[in-house]
Design a protein around this ligand. Structure first.
Ligand SMILES: [Zn+2]
Length: 106
């Protein structure tokens, strides 16, 4: 089954953000302790994470009516890490009115 959609993996994006923040701290702590060239090299490596680089989260979903219930089935899994999520929900269909609908006025 192929994925309905690929989205940025929430876990991969969160880890990238954490690594980004750690790199900023490393750069800031190194200030004055390394040469200006080394500091510039360190600073050049720091770029905010781009969620589009982590579109490894394959999502599968179905939505359908069966036996008076709306069924929602969702599952997703990252191909890069072990993050995943799945659930099935059912929602009762509203009662059906047997009163004929009014004719549209001319
Ligand atoms: Zn991931």
């Amino acid at each position: 089954m192929s994925a309905e959609r690929y989205s940025p993996c929430p876990a991969c994006v969160a880890r990238a953000q954490k690594n980004h923040e750690a790199a900023i701290i490393k750069r800031d702590t190194a200030y004055g302790k390394i040469t200006a060239a080394e500091y510039a090299d360190l600073a050049a490596l720091i770029k905010p994470p781009n969620p589009a680089m982590y579109t490894t989260y394959a999502e599968y979903f179905e939505l359908y009516l069966r036996a008076g219930k709306v069924m929602i089935s969702y599952s997703a899994q990252c191909s890069r890490c072990d993050y995943k999520h799945s659930f099935v929900r059912e929602e009762p269909q509203p009662p059906v009115s047997l009163t004929e609908p009014a004719e549209p006025s001319a």
